[in-house]
Design a binder for this molecule. Structure first.
Ligand SMILES: *Cc1c(COP(=O)(O)O)cnc(C)c1O
Length: 233
């Protein structure tokens, strides 16, 4: 097996083990492979090892990979997980399958208006700021229900759930506590009558804590593709 294939298998094993520990069914946690900064060849290799969902932070970088990998398009699912500015919504609406980082209505309205009619609705998650981190993206917990109601009403979007990126905490219990805030918000929005099935929580370093707090989708980069030298411009 290739190195990426081996690393993918290790991440799958971690997810399976975390589900056993949490008393959860492993089928309830999806793996999103975060391929930002890695080339199309790395995505192709992961795909050959059975991975179909990929996350990208930077719109242009994602678009370039989607184009290079057009031959695999029918079996790939592309997720935009980075902050999204309003002047970048059109290509995202036209080429991605999911957006995890909706933090204001204006972005959602543009995505809905720009989603081509021949494609299924764009799957979206609201990014929530559960730890009040300064200059952090994400809607505050207080505003999340109103935003969820407004987004759920948009015709070309399908609201799937919430995404959060809490600050790294010193230990498992503290990390889990931050993730549990996102889970509580997720449950309260569901109780208000909005159907949600996705809680996008957890990365390479903290996926076990996220799964113990109810994550249904972990976004994993480093543990699959290796370290990133630096954040690209
Ligand atoms: C980079 C990134 C990830 C993956 O982080 P790793 O620590 O490399 O697993 C997950 N989610 C978001 C939003 C990211 O930007």
């Amino acid at each position: 097996m290739t190195m990426i294939g081996d690393d993918l298998q290790q991440v799958r094993n971690r997810i399976a083990q975390a589900c056993v520990t949490a008393g959860r069914d492993a089928a309830g946690v999806r793996l999103l492979a975060v391929s930002k900064t890695f080339g199309a060849d790395a995505v192709r290799e992961a795909h050959a090892a059975g991975q179909s969902a990929f996350g990208e932070n930077y719109v242009q970088e994602g678009l370039d990979k989607i184009e290079v990998l057009a031959d695999l398009r029918a079996t790939l699912e592309w997720h935009c997980i980075g902050p999204l500015q309003s002047n970048k919504t059109r290509p995202v609406a036209e080429h991605f399958d999911w957006v995890h980082s909706i933090d204001r209505l204006k972005i959602a309205e543009r995505l809905s208006a720009q989603r081509p009619a021949n494609l299924p609705p764009l799957n979206v998650c609201l990014q929530v700021n559960v730890d009040g981190g300064a200059n952090k993206s994400g809607v505050t917990p207080d505003e999340a229900l109103a935003l969820a109601q407004a987004v759920a009403a948009l015709p070309q979007l399908r609201l799937r759930g919430l995404m959060a990126i809490p600050e790294p905490a010193p230990d498992f219990a503290a990390q889990r506590e931050l993730f549990l805030r996102a889970h509580a918000l997720f449950e309260s929005i569901r109780k208000a009558g909005i159907e949600l099935d996705t809680l996008s929580l957890g990365m390479s370093a903290d996926l076990e804590a996220a799964i113990s707090a109810g994550s249904t989708m972990v976004r994993v980069g480093t543990a699959i593709f290796g370290g990133r030298a630096r954040k690209p411009a």
